[in-house]
Design a protein around this ligand. Structure first.
Ligand SMILES: C[S@@+](CC[C@H](N)C(=O)[O-])C[C@H]1O[C@@H](n2cnc3c(N)ncnc32)[C@H](O)[C@@H]1O
Length: 212
């Protein structure tokens, strides 16, 4: 009589990108992913009682931070087009108070009322979008943001930006490359007061903009 402990239960062979995403980010960012998310929330100036939308939330890193800042009187919603990301984010939020809520939705068609959010965050998601979706996505963000509301976008600074920054920079002490592709994109989407926030990350641009 032999026992087949465990040998008959086949492991599913599907590799879940959502499950691997956090460890991958951790490795690529040398463990500084939490700091990046905190800086994105800082850039958006999330405060107590704010209603916050995190677009392209992935596994929810920014939304989870924002929920701590918005507190029990605030509300944080994270959306992502990928159901497996939303499932992973939802399981990370379980048991947290206050907890963000997550929904499957595309940036180009946000299922929210006009003028209904104080803050919107978009971390490392805009570069995923083709150019026409960048435009419609940013227009959707402007629609759901209240007048005077703040958008924070965190993105990789492109090589082109870096090269131009080196050529044009007269100040040798300035280490951070300018996220000019991003500031130009937000200005062309008619956001006001577009500014890059200086941080210790030279290859990431943290940009804040106001919905006029
Ligand atoms: C690199 S991940 C960043 C996730 C998260 N913001 C972070 O910083 O950890 C980009 C995310 O954007 C999502 N995404 C891509 N296109 C989208 C779209 N059209 N609408 C909503 N989310 C989208 C992807 O599913 C993915 O989760």
């Amino acid at each position: 009589m032999s026992h087949h402990h465990g040998s008959s239960t086949a492991e599913p062979h599907t590799i879940s990108w959502a499950r691997l995403y956090d460890p991958l980010v951790w490795v690529l960012s040398l463990g500084r992913g939490g700091r990046v998310a905190a800086l994105t929330v800082d850039t958006a100036e999330v405060g107590a009682g704010n209603r916050v939308l995190d677009v392209g939330t992935g596994t929810g890193a920014v939304a989870l931070r924002a929920a701590e800042r918005a507190g029990p009187t605030g509300e944080v919603i994270g959306i992502d087009a990928a159901p497996e990301m939303v499932a992973k984010a939802t399981s990370k939020a379980r048991g947290r108070t206050p907890a963000p809520r997550f929904e499957v939705a595309p940036i180009e068609d946000l299922p929210f009322e006009t003028d209904s959010f104080d803050r919107v965050t978009a971390q490392l998601m805009i570069h995923h979008l083709p150019e026409d979706l960048r435009r419609t996505g940013l227009a959707e963000i402007r629609r759901v943001l209240k007048p005077g509301g703040t958008l924070a976008v965190t993105e990789f600074v492109s090589l082109e930006d870096s090269a131009r920054a080196h050529l044009l920079s007269f100040s040798r002490g300035r280490k951070q490359h300018r996220a000019s592709w991003l500031t130009a994109l937000l200005e062309s989407a008619d956001f006001d007061a577009v500014e890059q926030i200086p941080t210790e990350f030279s290859r990431l641009g943290f940009v804040r903009a106001i919905n006029p």
